[in-house]
Design a binder for this molecule. Structure first.
Ligand code: PHE
Length: 355
């Protein structure tokens, strides 16, 4: 009996010195797990010792049990700070390893910008919206009927040649790329009765040699107002207000006689140059005036063509080139740059606020 107790006491002492010795040598997370499994785990040394208590004589069991439990307690107490230290060191090492310098400059995302022509369209829609005009959009592929006939340009009229038309497929069918936004005059009036107040932004196409001020594709803004008692004063007032909002409060508008078959009288209109106040500079090519487009009072034949009575209704129409306005407003001197996708040019418009 004595031998057994003695044997157990020895065993406990052995275990203590072994376990504590190993404890001092632990250095990695793996060591920690391994040690815990070997000594304190469900299949570890202490558990095995506790299980073997049953083989001792009854009266020795309590002492042996207490001593083994005491050893467990002792080992747990010694183990905890060592485990904590090693775990913390491992975590520190990992943090150091995966360190991210949040002060490094980020990678700028490439954010696109709205094209200057689209921005100008937005601006014009806004300006004319305040004046009671609604924006409408029409087809870019048109029939001769809308592009010419209903605009008082009959088939044999020489003015039909003026527009450098691009024909689609079979020339006899006269399907054309619209040469101006004016076809939407008739399309709109066919659909609604007066009062009419619309603007038509959109692309137009002409068979044209390209240079700094000519493109085969460009963008126009058409305007049309038809009602009782519309006069040229209204036309001038509307265009003056547009010029004022686009180019500043002091702007003046100039009308000169011009010919378009669908207006009578017809004019070209210009705005005095905001940059030099009309004195003459590079942007206005020393003339003091910026030419914006054509305009006039809607021809009675156009009104008749859509079933309006020209004795009851009158109207005005105008058409202007949107690229030209951007060029004048921002001093761009080559029309071709709008369609070359040159980021250096497009980025100039990237930061300005969208109106
Ligand atoms: N459609 C004409 C053009 O493109 C411009 C214009 C529109 C003139 C409306 C008068 C009235 O040249």
């Amino acid at each position: 009996m004595e031998t057994q107790i003695h044997g157990l006491t020895e065993k406990i002492a052995d275990a203590r010195s072994q376990a504590t010795g190993q404890l001092q040598a632990l250095s990695s997370l793996g060591d920690v797990q391994e040690w815990e499994r070997a000594w304190l785990g469900p299949k570890g040394e202490i558990t095995t010792m506790l299980r073997s208590l049953g083989t001792l004589p009854k009266d020795e069991r309590p002492v042996a049990g207490r001593e083994t439990q005491a050893l467990r307690q002792e080992l747990e107490t010694a183990f905890a700070p060592i485990r904590d230290r090693i775990e913390r060191e491992a975590l520190d090492a990992r943090l150091e390893d995966e360190r991210v310098d949040v002060t490094l400059p980020g990678i700028d995302p490439q954010i696109g910008a709205i094209h200057p022509v689209s921005r100008m369209i937005d601006e014009l829609v806004e300006i004319f919206g305040q004046l009671g005009f609604q924006a409408v959009f029409g087809p870019e592929v048109e029939t001769g009927r809308y592009n010419f006939d209903l605009l008082n340009i009959p088939a044999d009229h020489p003015a039909r040649d003026v527009w450098d038309t691009i024909l689609v497929d079979d020339p006899t069918a006269e399907i054309v790329m619209r040469t101006h936004t004016s076809p939407m005059q008739a399309r709109t009036m066919e659909r609604i009765d007066p009062p009419v107040r619309v603007i038509v932004p959109g692309r137009t196409y002409r068979y044209e040699a390209q240079d700094a001020s000519h493109e085969w594709m460009f963008t126009q803004l058409e305007g049309l107002a038809v009602d009782r008692n519309i006069t040229m004063t209204d036309l001038k007032g509307v265009l003056q207000e547009m010029a004022r909002q686009l180019f500043g409060p002091e702007r003046r508008v100039r009308f000169r006689c011009d010919y378009f078959p669908f207006v009578e009288p017809g004019v070209d209109f210009a705005v005095d140059c905001a940059i030099c106040s009309g004195k003459g500079c590079r942007v206005c090519k020393q003339s003091g005036w910026l030419e914006m487009g054509g305009a006039g009072m809607v021809h009675p034949n156009v009104l008749r063509g859509v079933g309006y009575d020209p004795d009851e209704y009158t109207g005005f129409a105008f058409g202007l080139g949107i690229e030209r306005i951007v060029m004048m407003k921002y001093g761009v001197d080559d029309l071709r740059i709008f369609n070359t996708n040159d980021l250096r040019f497009l980025k100039k418009f990237a930061t300005a606020a969208v109106s």
